[in-house]
Design a binder for this molecule. Sequence first.
Ligand SMILES: [Zn+2]
Length: 284
Amino acid sequence: MVNGLSVDVEAWFQVGAFEGVIDRSSWDSLSDRVERNVARVLDLFAACDVHGTFFTLGWVAERHGPLMRRIADAGHEIASHGWDHARVFALGREAFSRDVERARKALEDASGVAVRGYRAPSFSIDYRTPWAYAVLAEQGYSYSSSVAPIAHDHYGWRDAPRFAFRPLAWSPLIEIPVTTAQFAGKRLAAGGGGFFRVLPYAFSRWAIRQVNVRDQRPAVFYFHPWEIDPAQPRVAGAPLRSRLRHYTNLDVMAGKLEQLIREFAWGRMDVLAHREAQRAVELV
Ligand SMILES: [Zn+2]
C-alpha cells in the first residue's frame, strides 16, 4: 500500500494562525526561510529514497524559481497551494478562479512542468464552496486534496466522504481528502500537520495502519517546511492557542517524520490520484 506524501510549501508567516497579526503587506520584508527548509526536506526524502508532492504557493514559486526546478528535477510533483494562502470560502468564485490561475502560471513558469494537483489553503473547500471544483476542472486540474472530512474549529467538512470522491458529474476530477481515523464512532484528524507534531508518534502509526489494513486505502499525509525549523522567528502578539499549535515540538519533528517515512511506503499524490480514480465514489 503506497501512501501519499505531501508538503505544503509556505513561509512561517503565511499560516492561517498568524493572519490576524502579520499583515500581508509586510511579507516581503520578512525572511521566508523557504530555501533552507525545503532543502532539508529534499535531503530527508533523498535519504529515505521517497518521492512526494510539493503543494506550493504561487507567491513562493515567483520568488524561488531555482528551488522549484530543484524540486521537480529530484522527481517530486509540483502542485498548487493557491496564490497567497487566502482561504477558498473567503474568496468567492471569481476571485478563486483568478487565484488558482495566477498560482498555476507562476508554478509552471518557475518549474517548467505542468501542474495538475491542487490543495486549498487551510483545507478551505467545504460545503460552502460548491463552485470550487468546477473552477478547478475548467482550469485543467485532475485532482484536489483540499478537504478535511472532520469537525474542527478552523476548518472541516464533516460529512464529506473519507476517501476519494468525484464531486462533479461532468468531469473526471477527483478529491482525495486528507486522512482521518475512526475511533468510537468519531472521525479523528490523522493526516499530519499540528496533530502529527503534537501527538505521540504511536497515534499516527495506529491511524495509518487502520486506514491501510482495515479500510484498505492509502493514507494522505501532509506537513510544512517551517515545522522542521525550530530557529524560525517567534511571532509576538499572536493568540496563545495559535502559538502553542505553531511552536510545539518543532525540534523533534524531523526525527518523527523520518520514522514515519521509513515505516510506511510513500509516493507522489498524482500517482495515488491515478490509482484512486477507479475507486472514487460519486458525491450525492
Ligand atoms: Zn497551507
